[in-house]
Design a binder for this molecule. Sequence first.
Ligand SMILES: NC(=O)c1ccc[n+]([C@@H]2O[C@H](COP(=O)([O-])OP(=O)(O)OC[C@H]3O[C@@H](n4cnc5c(N)ncnc54)[C@H](O)[C@@H]3O)[C@@H](O)[C@H]2O)c1
Length: 328
Amino acid sequence: MPPDEAELVADNLVEADLRGIDSHGTNLLALYVSRLESGHLRPTTAVSVVRDDGSTVVLDGGLGFGQVAGRHAIDLAVDRGRAHGVAAVAVRESTHLGALATYTERAAHAGIFAMAFQNGPTIVPPFGGLTPLMSTNPFSYAVPAGDEPPIVYDVATTTVAGNKIILAKKRGDATIPSGWANDDAGRPTTDTAAASVHHLQWFGGHKGYGIALLVELLAGVLAGSCFGHTEHTASLLHGADRIAKGYVFLTLDVDRFVPVAEFRRQVDALIRDVHAGERAVGVEAVLVPGELEYRRRAERLRAGIPLSVPLIDEIDGLARAAGVAPLR
Ligand SMILES: NC(=O)c1ccc[n+]([C@@H]2O[C@H](COP(=O)([O-])OP(=O)(O)OC[C@H]3O[C@@H](n4cnc5c(N)ncnc54)[C@H](O)[C@@H]3O)[C@@H](O)[C@H]2O)c1
């Protein structure tokens, strides 16, 4: 890979680990390397413009790294949001973005209210079904604050991201929390071995499923990307000729609605109201989205990122194969 693109992807993975999103950190390195080696992921990311109408832009991610095309797309969405008040940048023929918060938070730091939607391989059945149709279809939003860190919401529309099940299997955990996944027959299970990454549960049942469909409609159908049973979205777990993902970044220039300084003060006030309210029994702190990751990032910058032994072994295997110094 070109060194600057490799650095951007590496930063993205380490940033996810720092924030405690271990499922989207260096845990993904082996998958990315195998997809580079199999030719499913192109080492150089050539982003091209499909259509540019000012406040709306459609890009082609060239089946290179989502992190590289994604950085380009969010920066464009911020610029266009500022120029037009509201903007949408859609990207087709791209791949995994990693944690969506990376992109929305970047926009929030620039004073922009941002939303991100990404679809992906067909691994999760519609609510009540058994035939996979969509991905874990993540959704994120981020909002600039003043003295407080920005509010950053970033979730898969399934109860957890599929990588959390893969990580639990990799760690050898005996059980997973209830509500994460079903077995192959669609029965809820807490047995890690029986849990199927093809039968993740939607958060909030039919409600999360409806949001997942919104992500599919925006990031898949509207972006002109793959969706549903399109052959190119075939599960990356089963192998596919080509695995494309689509995404959409929506941006709002806060200053067009209320003066941005006032908005930041009001968001701070809202965050402080959240903190100041009474807590339920056993709850240490009432938080806004993003706060947990913000705190964890500070802690991990100080104390380091804990990596499991199997993950260290995996990274060291890749390092030795590439002639790079292993971690231990
Ligand atoms: N690119 C992709 O294709 C893809 C697919 C699926 C998931 N993902 C990523 O996986 C990551 C993890 O998703 P997830 O669904 O497992 O996340 P999760 O269930 O851990 O939820 C995380 C969100 O909830 C907030 N949160 C957690 N505890 C809170 C509390 N007590 N009070 C208030 N807010 C709280 C966090 O700040 C964060 O915004 C995300 O970064 C997502 O983008 C990416």
